[in-house]
Design a protein around this ligand. Structure first.
Ligand code: HPA
Length: 289
């Protein structure tokens, strides 16, 4: 009896897995029909960091809404698109707009574009995000290279039967962020006089910003910055063997604010101001790949 149930469950999971690969392949086939060149690098652009693509020689843009099986955007005016082109002499694909868990997407939906980019051919993934600072040495507008993360309350995107075509059942997470790229970024920052911080990113669900007690807690457990994205994307990327590099733009120092409230507008403004530094580091990293 029990065995029968397990067999049925196993069959269901195999069908779901098969469907996942089929969906990724359908999305990739659609994209490749519109843009056949193979990108080497995937880039995820965080809140307020979209004008990065001004630096690209853009060759094709594809709206998420037209790609089969891409999650449907729930937020008006936040349609999102893949932007293909050349940067630093390399073929790249940039995600202008990402899917957040707080918008109501499943963890699997959040990471679908990352998986699609891997199947398009990328081997390196560069991620940016806006984050709240908890390290008292940080200031608004600082960049923080992510050396490690703590996943808090967002479901792991690999839950369910493992999809062996993507990666192993129990991925190692001892060094999710490439040490080589971290060191290269530090060298670029030193050369350009960019004050590049380094720290641990806490990934939370949002959409609320943290309470004072929560900022304090996250600091005590080892977090230097906190944000509502990135961790699920990094897990999916590491699962597939991608080389990952990520930077947070520190848009507020929640732990320090006594009177000020944190607003989305403030976060976007701080991100915009820090963007040229981030763009520079990404561009140089790509040129050196
Ligand atoms: N908390 C969570 N996410 C954020 C923050 C923050 O303070 N700032 C920008 N994104």
């Amino acid at each position: 009896m029990m065995h029968g149930v397990l067999v049925k469950l196993s069959i269901i999971w195999h069908i779901i897995n098969y469907q996942m690969i089929t969906k990724i392949k359908a999305a990739v086939e659609y994209i490749q029909n519109k843009y056949p060149a193979k990108p080497l690098v995937g880039i995820v652009l965080g809140s307020g960091l979209g004008s990065f693509t001004n630096e690209m020689k853009i060759e094709q843009e594809i709206a998420y809404s037209e790609i089969p099986h891409f999650p449907l955007s729930t937020v008006e005016g936040h349609s999102g698109k893949l932007i293909f082109g050349e940067l630093g002499g390399k073929q790249v694909v940039a995600m202008a707009g990402r899917f957040h868990y707080y918008e109501g997407y499943t963890a699997e939906e959040v990471v679908f574009p990352i998986r699609a980019m891997k199947f398009l051919g990328i081997s390196t993934l560069l991620i940016s995000n806006a984050a709240g600072g908890m390290n008292l040495d940080f200031e608004v507008g600082n960049l923080m290279v992510i050396k490690d993360h703590i996943s808090l309350f967002t479901p792991n995107p690999l839950i369910g039967e493992n999809i062996a075509a993507l990666g192993t059942r129990f991925p190692d997470m001892s060094q999710p962020y490439s040490k080589i790229l971290i060191n290269k970024a530090k060298a670029i920052a030193a050369r350009e006089n960019i004050d590049l911080k380094e720290g641990v990113y806490c990934g939370v669900t949002g959409p609320t910003f943290e309470t004072r007690a929560e900022y304090k807690l996250l600091n005590i457990i080892g977090g230097d910055a906190v944000g509502m994205s990135t961790v699920q994307e990094v897990i999916a990327a590491v699962h597939m063997g991608l080389t990952v590099f990520a930077i947070s733009v520190i848009t507020d120092i929640g732990i320090r604010e006594e009177e000020n409230k944190i607003t989305h507008a403030e976060v976007l403004l701080a991100a915009k101001e820090a963007e040229p530094k981030l763009t520079h580091i990404f561009k140089e990293l790509i040129a050196g790949l």
